[in-house]
Every structure is written in C-alpha cells, then in structure tokens.
Design a protein around this ligand. Structure first.
Ligand code: ADP
Ligand code: AMP
Length: 214
C-alpha cells in the first residue's frame, strides 16, 4: 500500500502516519525527519537543508527528490510506505508519478488531513519533539507522562525552532502557495480522500482506517 499524507504543517500528518505504519506494517517516510537526522549528524545535506528549514521555506525540489528516490530503494519500502511531508510541490508530485509509473506502479491514496489555519498555531506551539528518537507530543492533546521527557526513550523534549509562531506563519503561507495545489492534483487523479483533522487523534485514525480498510 502506498499512501501520501497531505495537510498543513501541524495538521497531524506525522501522528497519523506513525499509526498507519504500525497498523499496516509499512515504513513511515518523513522527509522532514530525514532532514532533521542529517542536521543532527552534521552532514552536508543537513547543512544545506537547515538554511531553508530555519526560515520556514521549502528545501529545493532537486535535493528532496534525490533523497526520496534513494529512500525508496531500501528493502523495507518494497511493499509500500506512508509518505509524510512529501510531495510538497507539483514538481515533486510529478517526479514521484514518473518514478512510480516507470516501475508500473501508482500510489493508492492521498489522504488530506483538514485543519483550519486558526488551529495550526496552537497545534505547533504545543508540539514537543524528542531530541533522541524524534517522537512527537503535544503539551495539551498528547502530553508525555513526565513533562519534558520522552515516554519512549527518556530523552529531552524540545520545541522545534521552526515551530515558533513567527516561522509557523511563513510555513503556512508557503503551504498555501506551494503545497495546497496538490489537493487538486490528487483529486484529478482520483486518489484524494479527505478526513477531518480537528477531532481527537484516535477518531482521525478511525476515519483513515475506514478509507484504507481494516
Ligand atoms: P504534522 O506532521 O502534520 O506537522 P504532527 O503530527 O506533528 O503534524 O502534529 C502537530 C501537533 O498536533 C503535535 O503536537 C501533535 O501531538 C498534535 N496533534 C496531532 N493530531 C492531533 C489531533 N487530532 N488533535 C489534537 N492535537 C493533535
Ligand atoms: P516537516 O517535518 O514535514 O514539517 O518539515 C520540516 C521542514 O523540512 C519544512 O518546513 C521544509 O523546510 C523541509 N521539508 C520537508 N519535506 C520537504 C519537501 N518535501 N520539500 C521541501 N522541503 C521539505
């Protein structure tokens, strides 16, 4: 099964993608996570990506497309994947289509998690990410057992630099200009499914399972 998660930054794509990955036994591939791992490991790619990420801009398509194509070659991606944060532009979607159709494949669903802009700042200012394993929490809606500490690995939880309100505003603008057109793109391909992302995360997941099949 090949699934794309669409939606604004902070809509809950990563939260749902992790639940999908675990239920359906497919890898959760997040380009944002891959870039953050590269930044943490001090790679050249990480240094390049950081310049854009810190401003809330998109990393240039050519860097992202090469990276994701390499990731698809890994063994665990043979039976599908759930993509979170990719594609984010029309050229990225076209590159994905081209690569899949060359292999006689296609995506199964593009799931748009709908959350209005008014809720996004609140979602992102409350998001906390683990510096160790990358797990994501929310101080109100999905709080860790001990404040500031990851339930899974015990490391520190931080507010991502790009989740600060001034950067979130730009990320939302970038989303509306460059990523939202993908909703139309996948609708025209007959792949689009929409879910209400404002409800409790377990109810969002139930709606997704209704689409994907139990
Ligand atoms: P994205 O991957 O789309 O950027 P995340 O999955 O990281 O978004 O979610 C953003 C923040 O909102 C996180 O702190 C997460 O815990 C919280 N969150 C996710 N889904 C919901 C939901 N349905 N209701 C309330 N908070 C949510
Ligand atoms: P995310 O973790 O998905 O919120 O992504 C964090 C940041 O990484 C984004 O604001 C972009 O700067 C960058 N990024 C992640 N995925 C992509 C992508 N597909 N195209 C361009 N930039 C991306």
């Amino acid at each position: 099964m090949k699934i794309i998660m669409l939606g604004a930054p902070g809509a809950g794509k990563g939260t749902q993608a992790k639940m999908i990955a675990s239920k359906y036994g497919i890898p959760h591939i997040s380009t944002g996570d891959i870039f953050r791992a590269n930044i943490k490991n001090g790679t050249e790619l990480g240094a390049k990506a950081k310049q854009y990420m810190d401003k809330g801009e998109l990393v240039p398509d050519e860097l992202v497309v090469d990276l994701i194509m390499d990731r698809f070659k890994e063994d665990d991606a043979k039976n599908g994947y759930v993509l979170d944060g990719f594609p984010r532009t029309i050229p990225q979607a076209e590159a994905l289509d081209k690569a899949l159709s060359a292999a006689g494949e296609d995506i199964d669903f593009a799931i748009n998690v709908e959350v209005p802009d008014e809720n996004i700042i609140n979602r992102m200012s409350g998001r906390r990410a683990c510096v160790g394993c990358g797990a994501t929490y929310h101080i109100k809606y999905n709080a860790p057992k001990v404040e500031g500490i990851c339930d899974t690995c015990g490391k520190e939880l931080i507010l991502r630099d790009d989740d600060k309100p001034e950067t979130v505003k730009n990320r939302l603008e970038v989303y509306h200009n460059q990523t939202q057109p993908l909703i139309d793109y996948y609708e025209k391909k007959g792949k689009l499914k929409e879910v209400d992302g404002t409800v409790d995360m377990n109810d969002v997941f139930n709606a997704i399972v209704d689409i994907l099949g139990a």
